[in-house]
Design a protein around this ligand. Structure first.
Ligand code: CO
Length: 134
């Protein structure tokens, strides 16, 4: 079912400072800083030859990554995003396998304008998983 690794998301206190590390220390190409008010985050994407790194900074009072950063004040890996061809079929398979889809359990439009769901870390080796229909 799962396809390519679409991105690895890293939660940080300051996406511009984090992007500078990727750009200057590691020599990567980085995107502009973009507000994602529907998702409660600022994002900067780091473009790599085979995938992307999604840098996330809290935006607003109810950011979904605020709790994570409280527990990981230096930042840390927040989720992995895998591509799927059909998000509804993927959700059906996850339910059949007993995996927990977070939130309402229904796909919503993610940070790239495509349908996504998040799978609970308890079912996936302690890692929050995002599935994105591409
Ligand atoms: Co993501």
């Amino acid at each position: 079912m799962i396809g390519r690794l679409n991105h690895v998301a890293i939660a940080v206190q300051d996406v511009e400072a984090a992007a500078k590390i990727y750009q200057e220390t590691l020599g990567a190409t980085v995107s502009e800083k973009v507000a994602q008010p529907d998702h409660g985050v600022w994002t900067i994407f780091v473009e790599l030859p085979n995938t992307k790194i999604e840098l996330l900074e809290p935006l607003g009072d109810n950011s979904p990554i605020a709790g994570f950063l409280k527990n990981n004040p230096k930042g840390g890996m927040h989720h992995l995003c895998y591509e799927v061809e059909d998000i509804e079929a993927a959700c059906a398979q996850m339910r059949a396998q007993g995996a927990t889809i977070t939130g309402t359990g229904e796909p919503r439009i993610g940070a790239h304008g495509k349908p996504v769901v998040f799978l609970h870390p308890k079912d996936f080796c302690g890692t929050l998983i995002e599935l994105e229909q591409v």
